[in-house]
Structure formats: structure tokens, C-alpha cells
Design a protein around this ligand. Structure first.
Ligand SMILES: Cc1cc2nc3c(=O)[nH]c(=O)nc-3n(C[C@H](O)[C@H](O)[C@H](O)COP(=O)(O)OP(=O)(O)OC[C@H]3O[C@@H](n4cnc5c(N)ncnc54)[C@H](O)[C@@H]3O)c2cc1C
Ligand code: FES
Length: 290
């Protein structure tokens, strides 16, 4: 039987996690991945050394710092970090005012951010089993960094990646993802590529075929409804699953309570956990799904 994975998240004290620092980072590359999706590569030497997959940065998106508008920073997962080059990238969808302003920035512009923030994905030091990564839409943003880290540590043969998108032209960086895992499967809601349906249906099928369910670690990121379903499937099959949640964040450092989600508690029916400091990655069984 595969070794049981002792999840570090509930035991890890906040004091053990490196606190985010304020950085001014230069944009060294800006890519229009799709008309509404951008990737920024930042020169961020110190940040690149410290961060782990699943952590995020809190970015000041405004155009002219003196106006403080929008006032609140916007959270973005660390899409990739290259400690040797000292680069960190973020991948984002242009949804509203903040991301529109961020998308207007160009190579050479400076970005004000705080990071690395939050608990990242728990990765075992050694693992004889397999890894199954499940991404929905922009949920691939933190999963790429995780994928590269797992591949480096355990080899691509142990890793499978399931991606769910609405339609085929939403499949981003397919080659890069494909070459880091042994199996890369895509589901499209409109059936324009791969499996037709939701990625959770694909997950259900793949889980059935797993030889060693106990030895499979699942990591997921995507819309909350998808994560809820992933958690249900993993719970049903007794799979260890970690998910990265997306909540609205204001301070990003645990002070304002705007990012809370309900989690199970040994003494209470539930309690509120701040996704910015106790998450954004949680053990899927810890969340009180509604
Ligand atoms: C930990 C974390 C990591 C994230 N990583 C990514 C990522 O890698 N790529 C990516 O594209 N998006 C990511 N997001 C979502 C991203 O933060 C929002 O899309 C962004 O804040 C929207 O800002 P806006 O000003 O453009 O939109 P607004 O005009 O303010 O709002 C547009 C939409 O964005 C949502 N939103 C607004 N503010 C926030 C906020 N502070 N936190 C979360 N959602 C918000 C609202 O629900 C609204 O539907 C992440 C969110 C969290 C919490
Ligand atoms: S965003 Fe303020 S407590 Fe989490």
C-alpha cells in the first residue's frame, strides 16, 4: 500500500510561512495569450527564490500610483517562478477595471506587488504514488508552477493533467503542459476538442481506472462549483485532494476578513478561515461545502 500523505497545511503555523514583502518589479515580457488573457513576466529575484506553487501575489493595478484607484490590490497566483533567472510570471484574465489597467502595462513598466502570500500546495518530499492535476479555465494559472515542480522532483511519468475549458480555443500553452506529464487530457463543454463535457465527468472516469487510489494525490484549481464536485469525487474515492480557492480579497494578509470561507472545526459546527492566510490552498475535506 502507498504511504499515507501527511498533509502539512493544518499543522503549519502562520509564523512558519515566509511573510510577503513589498516589491517593485519590472515587467520584462508581456504576452497577449488570447485577446482577453495576458501573461506578464517580472524581474523578481527575491520573490522567485522564496515562493512555492499555489502562493499568490497581491498587485496594485492602478495606472498612476498617486490616484490610488482602484484602491484595492488584486490577487494573482504565481504562474511560474524561475529562481535561476530570478523571474516570476502571472497569467490573468481581463475581467474588470483592475485587470484592464494591468493589461495596459508594457515591457519596462514597474509593478508594485506584495508576495509571496498564502499557503501553497503541500508537496511530499518523497512519493511512490501518482499525481493528478485538475484545472478548470484560468485554474491552470497556479497549476503550471505546481506541474513543473512535481515534474522536476518526481518525473513526468507519475503525473496526469486534466483540463476543462468551454471551447477549444481556450486551451492555453498546451505544448508546455503536455510535455511535463504522462497523460494530458482535455474536456470541452461544446465538444470542439477532446472529451465532451465537464472536466469533473472526465475526472470521474479517470479515477475509476486508477490502480492505486490511495497512492494518488489530486490537486485542483478552477471555479468554486467545479472544486466542489472535485472534492465530492475525491471524498467518495478516499483520495487525498488539495484545492486552491478563489475568493474576493481586500487586504490579502489576514486583517480584513473579506476572503473567508467556511471550514470544519473539531469543536464547532464550522468556523471561518481566511483564504489569504490559511489558503488559498485547502485540503478539500476541510472545507464545509454548501
Ligand atoms: C488567491 C487568488 C488567486 C487568483 N489568481 C488568479 C490568476 O492567476 N489569474 C486570474 O486571471 N485571476 C486570478 N484571480 C482572480 C483575480 O484576482 C480577479 O479576476 C481580479 O481581482 C479581478 O479584478 P478586476 O479589477 O479586473 O475586476 P473587477 O471589476 O473588480 O471584478 C470583476 C470580477 O472579478 C472578481 N473580483 C474582483 N476583485 C476580486 C478580488 N480581489 N479577488 C477575487 N476576485 C475578485 C469579481 O468577483 C468580479 O466578478 C485570483 C484570485 C485569488 C483570490
Ligand atoms: S483578504 Fe483580508 S483577511 Fe483575507
Amino acid at each position: 500500500m502507498a504511504e499515507q500523505f501527511v498533509h502539512h497545511l493544518p499543522n503549519k503555523q502562520e509564523a512558519d510561512i515566509p511573510k510577503g514583502k513589498l516589491f517593485e518589479c519590472r515587467i520584462i515580457d508581456q504576452e497577449m495569450v488570447l485577446p482577453h488573457i495576458r501573461r506578464l513576466i517580472l524581474d523578481a529575484q527575491e520573490l522567485a527564490q522564496k515562493c512555492i506553487p499555489g502562493q499568490f501575489v497581491h498587485v496594485l493595478c492602478n495606472k498612476f500610483r498617486q490616484f490610488y484607484d482602484p484602491l484595492l490590490r488584486r490577487p494573482f497566483s504565481i504562474h511560474f517562478a524561475d529562481p535561476e533567472a530570478g523571474h516570476v510570471s502571472i497569467l490573468f484574465d481581463i475581467r474588470g477595471r483592475g485587470t484592464k489597467m494591468l493589461a495596459d502595462k508594457t515591457i519596462g513598466d514597474m509593478i508594485d506587488l506584495i508576495g509571496p502570500l498564502g499557503h501553497g500546495f503541500a508537496i511530499p518530499d518523497s512519493w511512490s504514488g501518482s499525481f493528478l492535476l485538475v484545472g478548470g479555465g484560468m485554474g491552470i494559472a497556479p497549476l503550471y508552477f505546481l506541474l513543473r515542480t512535481l515534474e522536476k522532483r518526481f518525473g513526468k511519468e507519475k503525473i496526469k493533467f486534466l483540463l476543462g475549458v468551454k471551447t477549444s480555443n481556450m486551451i492555453l500553452y498546451r505544448d508546455q503542459f503536455e510535455k511535463c506529464c504522462s497523460e494530458y487530457l482535455v474536456s470541452t463543454e461544446d465538444g470542439s476538442y477532446g472529451y465532451q463535457g465537464m472536466v469533473t465527468d472526465l475526472l470521474k472516469e479517470r479515477v475509476e481506472t486508477l490502480d492505486n487510489k490511495l497512492g494518488c494525490l489530486v490537486y485542483a484549481c478552477g471555479p468554486m462549483q467545479m472544486l466542489k464536485e472535485v472534492a465530492k469525487i475525491c471524498h467518495h474515492h478516499n483520495l487525498n485532494c488539495q484545492i486552491s480557492v478563489e475568493t474576493k480579497m481586500a487586504c490579502g494578509v489576514g486583517a480584513c476578513m473579506s476572503c473567508v470561507i467556511k471550514v470544519h472545526d473539531t469543536n464547532l459546527e464550522y468556523r471561518y478561515a481566511r483564504a489569504c492566510v490559511e489558503g488559498p490552498v485547502f485540503d478539500s475535506n476541510k472545507i464545509k461545502w454548501e
